[in-house]
Write a protein that binds this ligand. Structure first.
Ligand code: NAD
Ligand code: GLY
Length: 370
């Protein structure tokens, strides 16, 4: 078992990482004193795979826990479904001591955390992430929320979980496309923080593809350590936490423009990282070698690297101006300097962004959703 601690004063918590943890989570719950009514939120896919095992483990400790299943998909991470969850919580009589369990990927984690943060002005919640993306990123750090047709993750809160339980065995059932989407966020950590991790991903690519347990545990633990360190320095994204958004200014625009239906979040991040690395080159912040290293590794993990030609570039720019990181329409981009180091570049001129989108268009060869 690996433990990573997120140090945030009275909001500190532990990330537990182990293979086969799902059926043992109940054993770790005693310190949380869960004496009220609690609720597990999941979707039909994940419930079918792990729901009963988790519930058996929780119930074996005489902890009361109902299960609420919402539909599977990013399009359900919205205000309507958050309202539905809150209504069910009220009907079940959850109170201020109740706890929500989020079992699933980033969609379930984000919407469950959001509901926990606003129900009776905030109740505890526990993350049990089952996708690679959720294990290395979304379950840690306390960003919760839902999408709006006018923008990705526009409604939400900073609200930390009480604990995160990662069973690495859950990756064995994850579809390959979802696994690769998670790898985009893993590559992100290499670019923004850790050139050794970046090199590791290149060196052990074949073993990572086959889910070699030692390699998978290493990358999950390392990503959680990096995220814990960054979030510990800047919980509410006043400064350094912004670097975790490398690739995301363009990714969120791509997701919004395509109505959350075309790209997996990680795929949009993969495209966004390549595009933002190119912007860094145009701005003279990085060089060709760094852009090529980033593009090659993303490509090697079978991820898309180009913006589909069919997408309207002016519309993408418009979404970027509405991004949470943009202030009064001025676009912020996380720009790599070299592998392992990035800088936050504010007020990027549209004229510097557009050519990089068009440049990618010319090289387009792996369109998704066209
Ligand atoms: P997801 O939650 O939609 O899960 C992907 C698919 O995998 C779903 O169909 C799900 O049912 C299925 N699934 C989950 N676990 C499985 C398993 N073990 N075996 C088989 N199938 C499984 O997508 P995701 O990529 O996990 O998360 C994307 C979401 O996370 C986006 O909404 C994104 O905005 C959000 N996100 C949030 C943060 C944050 O800091 N809060 C960070 C990154 C991403
Ligand atoms: N995924 C970006 C963040 O947590 O800040």
């Amino acid at each position: 078992m690996d433990f990573v601690r997120v140090e945030l004063a009275d909001r500190s918590y532990t990330i537990y990482i182990s293979s086969g943890l799902m059926g043992e989570i109940g054993d770790f719950l005693t310190p949380f004193n869960l004496t009220s009514k609690n609720m597990l939120i999941t979707n039909p896919t994940v419930y079918g795979l792990y729901g009963q095992r988790l519930l058996n483990s929780i119930h074996s400790k005489d902890i009361h826990c109902k299960c609420l299943i919402i539909p599977d998909g990013e399009t359900y991470k919205d205000y309507f479904w958050a309202y539905h969850i809150l209504s069910e919580m009220l009907k079940e009589g959850l109170d201020r001591k109740s706890c929500l369990f989020a079992l699933g990927g980033g969609v379930i984690g984000d919407i469950t955390g959001f509901c926990a943060s606003i129900y009776m002005r905030g109740i505890p919640f526990i993350q049990i992430p089952t996708t690679l993306l959720a294990q290395v990123d979304s379950s840690v750090g306390g960003k919760t929320g839902v999408n709006h047709p006018l923008g990705k993750n526009m409604i939400g809160s900073f609200y930390q979980p009480m604990a995160v339980f990662i069973d690495t065995n859950t990756l064995n059932t994850l579809p390959n496309r979802e696994f690769l989407a998670g790898m985009a966020e893993v590559i992100k950590y290499g670019v923004i923080w850790d050139d050794e991790l970046f090199q590791y991903l290149d060196t052990y690519k074949d073993e990572i593809f086959t889910l070699a347990p030692a390699r998978i545990s290493h990358i999950i633990r390392r990503c959680c350590e990096i995220k814990a360190e960054i979030v510990g320095k800047d919980e509410k994204e006043q400064n350094i936490r912004a670097i975790l958004n490398f690739g995301h200014t363009i990714a969120h625009a791509l997701e919004t423009e395509t109505n959350y239906e075309v790209f997996k979040h990680g795929e949009a991040v993969a495209i966004g990282m390549v595009a933002e690395a190119n912007i860094a080159k145009i701005l003279g912040i990085t060089d060709d070698v760094t852009v090529k290293k980033i593009t090659d590794l993303i490509f090697a993990y079978g991820l898309p690297t180009y913006i589909p030609m069919s997408l309207n570039k002016d519309s993408l720019i418009h979404h970027m101006q509405k991004d949470k990181k943009s202030l009064v329409g001025r676009i912020t981009i996380i720009t790599p300097k070299r592998i392992g180091e990035v800088k936050v570049t504010k007020d990027v001129d549209i004229q510097h962004i557009k050519p990089s989108l068009n440049l990618l268009e010319v090289r387009d060869e792996k369109d998704i959703g066209d």
